[in-house]
Design a protein around this ligand. Structure first.
Ligand SMILES: NC(=O)c1ccc[n+]([C@@H]2O[C@H](COP(=O)([O-])OP(=O)(O)OC[C@H]3O[C@@H](n4cnc5c(N)ncnc54)[C@H](O)[C@@H]3O)[C@@H](O)[C@H]2O)c1
Ligand SMILES: O=P(O)(O)OC[C@@H](O)[C@@H](O)[C@H](O)[C@H](O)CO
Length: 464
């Protein structure tokens, strides 16, 4: 039987006017910010125009469904289904004309970003590297007026210039990527880009654009063909773009919204003055454990988070890393209400949900950028406290082992990683460490510590 396609005729959710622009239309934006926006009490006033990053596919599929998609909340006991309608336009990110139009509209008040950590083009000093090939190419396009920018930052900067020229007023940029101080990182990256093109624009951005920091959380794996078939069977319509996520969701935000925002707090979002404790708890305990499982687990022959967690060697490594992280999270007034033991227990249950097939290979991508946020701060804090930091060092060592052992290893600094892997012994470890953090690489004791942790998971396949 031919089932009907999900769209607004079949499922009549009214279209809200565009007031939010999103860059990086992927699975996470849909399970998180789009869902929070739909749950807000004033959702009828807040539509999202969402732009893809590298390819148009996600926009083409969603546009064919009037922006609608099914959110499948996947608990370990079963699924529940919600149609989300807050995305009112799904657009190819290369459509610069539409991007500049919506950004130049005074009604637009918020820009959200999920463009991945690597897209901020950060060097190991935490600053935008304007000599990176993609950034340099965009700056050349902007400077010569020849061709459109291809990076999300280049596109955002061009669109902000259109907003300035239109006199459309201030707005907020809300970074929703897994980065420490992500609002500050986004500000540095956008200001660095704008300043290298047009200093007047950089000054306008400094006065008119607020960069909000957030800690975002909802495990959202890539959708599979089986998921698409499952939604069709359960819901009685065709949806080419369902998104699968765990039931848990959290959003902590800190910063100003000069042109207003949806009442995301109605859906449980938390607005705080000091975001750092929340950020560290999430990036270290959740994302740190994810990266550890991604590298250790793949070396042990596992494919998903739940499989890796069930392997005692991986579990032991996670618990040891959590002990180190916890020692540097607890004890201050600001961290008193973080409830770390309960958070750790909840994480074990979330990771153990085997109905969420979260691929280790996806989590492992772009490790040099991620380890700077997930392992390095814990290792530094442990050493500053006079302890070894062996568990954090083990995460870095497992990444190093994967960098030479796994086919398809992908990193924004892939050339540097390959060059380091052509060396041997301590020279190799030091060179790989320099890709992640040059200061750590200059410390002989840290090089020795990490070298001693290499090979701990290799040669011990769990199923072997
Ligand atoms: N998936 C999750 O569980 C989750 C949870 C919390 C935070 N996040 C954050 O959201 C980001 C996106 O996750 P997702 O699951 O939506 O991924 P996704 O692959 O579904 O979508 C990512 C989007 O960013 C674009 N993109 C990817 N790399 C890019 C690059 N280098 N330059 C420009 N655009 C690029 C893609 O084209 C796509 O539009 C993550 O990197 C992370 O920072 C994800
Ligand atoms: O999305 P990434 O690539 O930053 O990291 C992979 C996972 O650690 C991440 O997606 C988590 O699942 C997420 O941060 C949970 O909220």
């Amino acid at each position: 039987m031919d089932l009907p396609l999900l769209n607004r005729a079949l499922h009549p959710i009214p279209k809200a006017p565009v007031r939010i622009v999103h860059l990086g239309l992927g699975a996470f934006h849909r399970s998180h910010q789009a869902w929070y926006t739909q749950q807000a009490g004033d959702a009828a006033n807040w539509g999202i125009a969402a732009f893809t990053g590298r390819r148009p596919d996600a926009a083409t599929a969603l546009a064919g469904q009037d922006g609608l998609f099914t959110l499948v909340e996947r608990a370990d006991t079963g699924d529940s289904f919600t149609v989300v309608g807050s995305i009112v336009e799904a657009v190819d990110g290369a459509d610069i004309q539409r991007l500049t139009e919506v950004m130049a509209a005074p009604a637009t008040a918020v820009v959200t970003l999920t463009i991945t950590e690597a897209a901020y083009g950060l060097g190991s000093d935490g600053k935008l590297d304007i000599s990176a090939p993609e950034v340099a190419a965009d700056l050349a396009r902007l400077g010569s007026d020849q061709g459109n920018p291809a990076t999300p930052l280049g596109r955002l900067v061009l669109a902000l210039a259109a907003r300035r020229d239109a006199g459309a007023g201030p707005l907020a940029v809300v970074c929703c990527d897994n980065l420490s101080s992500n609002g500050t990182v986004a500000r540095e990256a956008v200001a660095g880009f704008a300043g290298a093109w047009d200093t007047g624009l950089a000054a306008w951005i400094g006065t008119n654009v607020s960069f909000v920091s957030t800690s975002v959380d909802r495990i959202t794996p890539r959708t599979t063909g089986e998921d698409v078939a499952g939604v069709q069977a359960a819901c009685g319509y065709r949806d080419s773009s369902p998104v699968i996520a765990e039931p848990f969701s959290s959003w902590v935000l800190s910063g100003d919204f000069p042109a207003g925002r949806p009442r995301w707090e109605d859906a449980g979002a938390l607005f705080v003055e000091d975001i750092e404790p929340y950020e560290n708890r999430k990036l270290w305990l959740l994302n740190g454990a994810h990266s550890l499982l991604a590298y250790a687990g793949q070396l042990r022959g596992h494919s998903t988070v739940a499989e890796a967690l069930a392997d005692p060697l991986c579990m032991q490594a996670v618990e040891a890393f959590w002990d180190e992280a916890e020692a540097n999270l607890s004890g201050t007034e600001a961290t008193a209400d973080l409830q770390i033991p309960a958070y750790r227990a909840a994480l074990l249950a979330r990771f153990g949900n085997a109905r969420i097939a979260h691929n280790l290979a996806q989590i492992a991508l772009d490790g040099s950028t991620k380890l700077r946020m997930r392992a390095v701060p814990v290792l530094q804090a442990e050493r500053a406290a006079g302890r070894s930091g062996a568990a954090a060092a083990l995460m870095i060592a497992a990444w190093m082992d994967c960098s030479s052992a796994l086919p398809g290893f992908q990193d924004p600094l892939g050339d540097e990683v390959a060059a380091a892997n052509s060396l041997a012994g301590a020279g190799r470890v030091r060179a790989l460490l320099a890709v992640v953090d040059p200061a750590l690489a200059a410390d002989d004791a840290v090089v020795e510590l990490v070298q001693g942790q290499c090979g701990r998971f290799a040669g011990h396949p769990a199923s072997g």
